[in-house]
Every structure is written in structure tokens, then in C-alpha cells.
Design a protein around this ligand. Structure first.
Ligand SMILES: [Fe+2]
Length: 241
């Protein structure tokens, strides 16, 4: 189905029907992309931070976490609630809102706020002050697809530092393989069928109070001191179950 006609039909049948149609349309249009594989079903409400605001210092200060979580992340939820009020999307999961608005210029504001809300959910889950290592299953996939953990970390750092302007660097499971990808602004890999395992926020608000223009210093600290491999391992297990 042509994307324009698919979009119009999705708007007329609502979220659930639209998602089902999207899945079948994807399947029917061949090998384009697999149907989205969702391992999360999140409410459209700001989840609590999984750590204290000062837990990530000195790599990320309490002040940065405070602004980032309480102003930026919370703000996306506030905006989203206004945008979907009294529409079928108001009762959908956050993931359903992302998928129902991705690639639709008429729902651009909804997508931007829903995706940013979702991306930040995963960002906080991707960080921890507690040292961790990939599970056996994830470690084997890293060895298969990157050779070494060091090589994966280098690729992730390169993607994060090299992303031009605002965006995100992701480790995803896509078609059974681990990949590092970068996206701009609010874009995320959900709509293309990949399962994000962890993500690094490289919008300036993530690091400017602490590092000013030195994004590479922020990325190095995150990659080597804060990535939550326990959470990435849980997501890998769910995605491969
Ligand atoms: Fe952010």
C-alpha cells in the first residue's frame, strides 16, 4: 500500500487497527521492513528516575539530571498530553503513539513529543552508576557482530560524537543482528522494526551545563562509566525470547 493511502487509512481506523494494518502492509510489501517488534508497553506518563539525581556525578551532574529530567523529559509528556487530548491516541501506549505518528507530517508534533518521551525513558534506563557487563547471551552477540566489547564501545562513541546536531546514538537489535545507529532530533529506530537496547542522548541539553561544547568528553564518560549493561541484557533477552 502506498504510504499516503496507508496513512489516511490509519487515521480513519484508529490506533489499534492502524497498527495491525501497518504490520500487514509491511508484511505484504515484502521484505521492506519487518513488522515492529515491541518489547515495551509504556503509559503516557513520566516514569520515575531509576536513580538519585546526583547518582551519575561527576560524569553527569545532579544539576544536568535535574534540568534534563524535570524540564526536558517532563515537558515532552506535558506537550504530548495536550496534543492527543480527546483523540483515540490519548489512551494508546506511548509506543503505539510513536508508531502511529512516525513518518506522518500531519502528526509531526505528536511524533516529536511521543518519541522524545520514549527516547528519554530508555536513556535513563541506559545509565547506571553501578558497573555492569553484558549477559552471556548479549556478550556472544557482541562477539559475533563487533568482535569485541571495546570495538562496540568505539563504534557507539563514534556514532554519538559524529551525530551532526541534536540526536541519539543507539545499540539496536535489527533483523537478528546488533547494530549501532544514530538518529536526528526525535527520530528513533522503533518504526523501522529494530529493538533499541540502549541509547545515548547527544542533544546539547544532555551535557552543556557540565561540558559546554565538549560532547566527546561527555560521551567518553557515559560509554566507559555509566552504560547499564544489565538493562541492555534484559532488553536483549526479551527481544530474542
Ligand atoms: Fe535529552
Amino acid at each position: 500500500m502506498h504510504s499516503d493511502s496507508r496513512r489516511g487509512f490509519m487515521q480513519s481506523v484508529g490506533v489499534a487497527g492502524g497498527l495491525a494494518l501497518m504490520a500487514s502492509a509491511n508484511a505484504a510489501s515484502a521484505a521492506e521492513k519487518p513488522a515492529p517488534r515491541l518489547i515495551d508497553k509504556s503509559p503516557q506518563t513520566l516514569p520515575p528516575l531509576p536513580f538519585a539525581q546526583d547518582a551519575l556525578a561527576p560524569v553527569i551532574s545532579a544539576r544536568t539530571v535535574d534540568f534534563h529530567y524535570n524540564k526536558h523529559h517532563a515537558g515532552y509528556y506535558t506537550n504530548l498530553a495536550k496534543l492527543v487530548a480527546n483523540t483515540p491516541l490519548a489512551t494508546a501506549s506511548l509506543e503505539e503513539v510513536v508508531l502511529a505518528s512516525a513518518g506522518n507530517p500531519e502528526r509531526r508534533a505528536i511524533f516529536n513529543n511521543a518519541a522524545q518521551a520514549w527516547n528519554h525513558n530508555l536513556y535513563w534506563q541506559s545509565l547506571s552508576p553501578k558497573a555492569s557487563t553484558p549477559s552471556g547471551g548479549l556478550a556472544a552477540a557482541i562477539a559475533r557482530d563487533f568482535q569485541t566489547q571495546t570495538a562496540l564501545e568505539a563504534e557507539l562513541s563514534k556514532a554519538a560524537v559524529g551525530q551532526f546536531g541534536s540526536g541519539w546514538a543507539w545499540l539496536v537489535l535489527d533483523g537478528g543482528r546488533l547494530k549501532v545507529v544514530a538518529t536526528s532530533n526525535a527520530e528513533n529506530p522503533l518504526a523501522s522494526g529494530a529493538v533499541p537496547l540502549l541509547v545515548i542522548d547527544v542533544w546539547e541539553h544532555a551535557y552543556y551545563l557540565d561540558e559546554q561544547n565538549r560532547r566527546a568528553d561527555y560521551v567518553e564518560g557515559v560509554v566507559h562509566k555509566l552504560l547499564n549493561w544489565d538493562n541492555a541484557s534484559r532488553r536483549f533477552a526479551a527481544a530474542t525470547a
